[in-house]
Design a protein around this ligand. Structure first.
Ligand SMILES: Cc1cc2nc3c(=O)[nH]c(=O)nc-3n(C[C@H](O)[C@H](O)[C@H](O)COP(=O)(O)OP(=O)(O)OC[C@H]3O[C@@H](n4cnc5c(N)ncnc54)[C@H](O)[C@@H]3O)c2cc1C
Ligand SMILES: NC(=O)c1ccc[n+]([C@@H]2O[C@H](COP(=O)([O-])OP(=O)(O)OC[C@H]3O[C@@H](n4cnc5c(N)ncnc54)[C@H](OP(=O)(O)O)[C@@H]3O)[C@@H](O)[C@H]2O)c1
Length: 273
């Protein structure tokens, strides 16, 4: 055996080989970014066979033996990146959050070989403006979607709302503003409107109320300078389950529908718990 540690051999200190029959691969943590003591994003190596559509999630596994815990996590990186990126909040006492808190660069994490979900643009009928409404870590899949150059060619406007408790949780704020400047985006026609919403730090942002209320009283559309209309708007919603429930109700009342039996709709949802 060579002195080089092969990817996929060590799971938090315990050896485990992922064979071809396994539904997961063992990947290495390449980098970690702590936005707050309870919010981090991290990059891992990517199994060459791992395929996903922006908006998909996969399952991550930490621990070993009886302590092995799997949880779904949305992919935040681009489909063309040779790494995978995720954002995670640490829930006190959470079965996955606790080993995640101890994770360090170089450690190994299990990644499901498959990706899942319906929070993808191909669930939607063609439209002019794409709204991505998120709370907390629900921003993650939208970062992956924004990193897809074809989205910038298929829509005229991209509107991202990110609701967080504190401004320090406005993850990737600068990256989002800079995506369009990347060399892959030379053909981009869409404009991006980024709407940060900080709910527990008065004065941090112009918008300070929860997203369903901002939608109901017209302030969301005013801030975007764009009407949210079933004829032209397509909406993706991700994060807090109460928020997704309230927005589904509000959008349904405006005539929006989800994909039904393969017929593309005008909205799609992902709730995180
Ligand atoms: C499809 C899907 C995709 C997901 N993608 C992500 C992701 O990209 N990033 C991420 O951090 N989590 C994501 N989650 C949630 C994640 O799978 C775990 O639930 C979370 O990391 C906490 O795991 P836990 O075992 O520590 O606690 P759990 O026992 O799983 O959760 C305990 C409680 O923590 C709260 N909670 C769980 N997840 C979150 C969250 N994301 N934000 C705020 N509160 C939460 C809820 O009140 C929940 O009941 C996703 C969930 C689903 C269903
Ligand atoms: N965020 C933290 O400071 C922090 C620190 C340590 C641990 N945690 C853990 O992380 C979890 C919370 O994470 P989080 O703050 O990312 O998620 P969150 O509680 O869902 O809050 C994220 C954003 O969603 C908003 N929101 C909450 N309920 C909503 C609803 N029904 N409709 C619309 N918007 C809604 C929040 O507004 P409101 O502010 O009005 O609720 C906030 O702006 C908890 O389990 C906690 O234990 C969080």
């Amino acid at each position: 055996m060579s002195g080089i540690e092969e990817p996929g051999q060590v799971i938090l200190g315990k050896r485990k080989d992922a064979g071809p029959q396994d539904k997961w691969t063992a990947e290495h943590v390449l980098s970690m970014r702590w936005w707050t003591p309870a919010l981090l994003s991290f990059r891992t190596t990517r199994y060459r066979g791992f395929r996903f559509t922006p908006g998909h999630y996969t399952r991550l596994g930490l621990g070993a033996g009886d302590d092995l815990v799997w949880r779904p996590y949305s992919v935040a990186s681009a489909a063309y990146d040779d790494f995978l990126e995720f954002i995670a909040v640490l829930v006190p006492g959470g079965a996955f959050s606790e080993p995640l808190r101890r994770l360090r660069v170089g450690d190994t994490i299990r990644v499901d070989k498959a990706s899942y979900g319906f929070l993808t643009v191909d669930q939607l009928a063609p439209g002019k403006d794409l709204w991505m409404l998120s709370s907390g870590t629900g921003l993650g899949p939208f970062l992956s979607i924004l990193r897809d150059p074809t989205i910038w060619q298929s829509y005229e406007r991209l509107i991202v709302a990110h609701s967080v408790r504190h401004s320090s949780e406005l993850a990737w704020r600068d990256e989002i503003a800079g995506i369009r400047n990347g060399e892959l985006f030379a053909e981009a026609k869409a404009t991006l409107t980024y709407l940060p919403v900080v709910t527990r730090e008065p004065g941090a942002t112009e918008l300070t109320e929860r997203v369903p209320l901002l939608l109901a009283d017209g302030r969301l559309e005013a801030a975007a300078a764009c009407p949210l209309d079933v004829a032209t708007s397509r909406v993706l919603v991700c994060g807090n389950p109460e928020m997704t429930r309230e927005l589904r109700q509000a959008l349904t009342a405006r005539g929006f529908a989800t994909n039904r039996r393969g017929i593309p709709g005008q909205m799609a949802f992902e709730k995180y718990w």
